[in-house]
Design a protein. Sequence first.
Length: 682
Amino acid sequence: MSQQMSRTPVTGEPSRRDLANAIRALSMDAVQAANSGHPGMPMGMADIAEVLWNDHLKHNPGNPLWFDRDRFVLSNGHGSMLLYSLLHLTGYALSMDELRNFRQFGYRTAGHPEREQDLAIETTTGPLGQGISNAVGMALAEKKLAAEFNRPGYEIVDHRTWVFVGDGCLMEGVSHEACSLAGTLKLGKLICLYDDNGISIDGEVRAWFSDDTAARFEAYGWQVIKNVDGHDSESISGAIDAALADGERPSLICCKTVIGFGSPNKQGSASTHGAPLGPDEVAASRAQLGWAYPPFEIPASIARAWDSRDQGAEAEQAWSGLYEGYRKAHPELAAEFERRMRGELPSGWKDFADRSIAEIDAAGKKMATRQASLVALNAFAPALPELIGGSADLTGSNLTKHDSSTAISADAAGGNYIYFGVREFGMTAICNGLSLHGGLIPYSGTFLTFSDYARNALRMAALMKLRNVLVYTHDSIGLGEDGPTHQPVEHIASLRVMPNMRVWRPCDAVETAVAWRDAIQRQDGPTSLVLTRQGVPHQPRTAAQRAAIARGAYVLREPEGRPDIILIATGSEVALAADAATELAKRGVCARVVSMPCVELFQGQDASYRDEVLPPSITTRIAIEAGVTDCWWRWVGPAGRVIGIDGFGLSAPAEKLFEHFGFTVDNVLRVAGEILGSGKRG
């Protein structure tokens, strides 16, 4: 492996190593100034980054949102100073002051990259393995949109997705899920550069990571380019050329590197991974690299050589000329393409959705809400060509394949349905990538209990405020005989406590359609749709009540007199609450029934509306939901009660389980009698 380094200050035109050393110097200086961070990866991958960004990456620092830019993903996000150095050096609006204040409050140079579109930070990375999984989604989006919009002579969608990955990313199981599917779908414009330095936090990885990584990716159907010297620009460039020449298969370029390259006493060791080098070692590294400049100073010749603004503007201008021809030749396609890239819903969407929901309401059919979800999809999907979805090997159970669905395959990328296979985590992270890319609205399905597998990808969707629709069926003990392994009890509450996750648990087909409409229209975060396996009755409601569903909670049944008690319920338990209210009326008790399909939306309403639905003066309340009870006490208060399940389920028919756990009219009446009689929480 090449270890030659320049040992004298740059006096003429900078060499490639000089350009890479600018990344090394900025990275070690920023980490040292912050007294926190990861200098090893940026110093080790600097030569690879220099070749990619200066010779191959299609981007325009003057317009980070240019649609046909290449996407670059730093999956090993702990090396964030590599990305920040590249953005600053190539001409993005990331000042040296931002680098000086790496990891500090109020600055955009966070400890791990956080999605910021105006800086071309395409995704938030740090949780290892998710960046490469997002990249699979981006590459799939490019292939699908190209199949949908490109026409002979007008390849307006023609860009690549580049990923830097490390050993940690490839140890994480989600990388297996996503990369396996990428090979199957032949995502030939996905190119990963693997930082094969053999070091992680605990030391040399061979003691716990002895996989034949190349063979693994070859088995996925990837092109694998082995034994590339990650510190030799010609070797790196040749490998990239080979990857570009294979348009069928995604490529993994295995680059042998030295972590902390240039640090004379620490390179090649775990001590460079996640801690500053220290002042003495920074000085020694400067001498070793021949970097004779103060911290955060880039000589003018190196700055000029890195500046990519003119080159980027020329690349975008060439694409714009192509697109103008496309617009003239295919005006309707161009208009649709522009709408999709703006993220706007079709003209007339609101009226169309409202009419569809009214028709579902008028039909008044009893059905499981998973079936109601399919009804909503069948109604909405023809008007939404950007909708793309799938299931983790549960298509027939999740009912995610609507009548307008066509399967995506390696040779037919223009479809809108993805068979993800049993890959819940990968599926969700890939859908995050589809959303990040733009032009598509992704949804995916699995059983609610398996949302745990996807937990961190859900968190990343919420953190990045991505529109990603999660269809979770088999929502409670109501699925019956499959038993407690498949019966979610804590999962709804777990999703509700995640910041920026919107959770809907609808009670019938109408609420389900409203939930779908809300998820489609929402542009600032993900939505979980929690759906039943068992049938639920249609709830009669007025047009005003139907409109109020969108506020998260509303009065579904109002007694003739002032309410003595409020019954709050979600999902399949709303029908139980309505039946109990009928029986309470026979006993002279006036019960208001409140359906609360989306707690988060109701929380966001103004206080006057919340008090209108749940008057503070009425303290006798019962919340009913077939799940853990903790999240409901805030709504029922100290004088109320919660009928729920604070343990795991059992294997038995659903009706037996609901009876066993107290989800019966008789039990609601009993609990109501207790709190109405005592005025105290039982």
